[in-house]
Ligand binder design. Structure first.
Ligand code: FES
Length: 177
């Protein structure tokens, strides 16, 4: 008579059965929330992620009455950002058909390069990666998934004020791409 083949028994997992029953979603969220609240660092990080930098209002040296509708104008400005750095840049401002103004953040929404209006092509172009944007800021070509960022403009008493992000930094000239 032959001996039966004895196969080795795999070692038992010491945690086997501990998580056999799934944790209800609501209970899991409560446990995660308690974990975050129990950690001061975790709470601080959470609050930090929610914090936003206040915009800086800059007054532009332009006269809307002299601007032609639909023709972007490069407007230089200077500001001190939230890091205490004085930044000088040029933003593009468009006078719309109804007389209102649209100002664009001068950083390309793809990777922050400087872009410019190319009148012959009737579009904004960014040379870093070939991005192209229409007069209304929408994406025409290139890698950007976002349109040009519009800045809040207000006009009062002949002054044109624009809210620039407080953490604004000088647009990059080139990424070598
Ligand atoms: S930074 Fe403008 S297309 Fe990449």
């Amino acid at each position: 008579m032959r001996d039966p083949i004895r196969r080795p028994t795999p070692p038992r997992d010491p945690t086997e059965g501990v998580l056999a029953a799934p944790i209800p979603r609501r209970r899991m969220l409560l446990l995660l929330g308690a974990g975050v609240l129990a950690s001061g660092a975790g709470l601080g990080t959470l609050l930090e992620g929610c914090a936003s930098v206040a915009p800086v209002t800059v007054t532009l040296g332009i006269s809307p009455a002299t601007m032609a509708p639909g023709v972007p104008v490069a407007v230089p400005f200077s500001m001190t950002n939230s890091g205490g750095t004085t930044v000088q840049a040029t933003m593009w401002v468009v006078k719309n058909a109804d007389g209102s103004l649209t100002a664009y953040n001068p950083r390309c929404p793809h990777a922050g390069c400087r872009y410019a209006w190319v009148a012959a092509e009737d579009k904004f172009r960014c040379n870093c990666h070939g991005g192209a944007f229409a007069l209304d800021g929408s994406v025409l070509a290139g890698p950007s998934s976002k349109p040009l960022a519009k800045l809040t403009v207000s006009e009062a008493g002949g002054a044109v004020d624009v809210e620039v992000p407080g953490d604004f930094a000088t647009p990059r000239e080139s990424l070598g791409a």
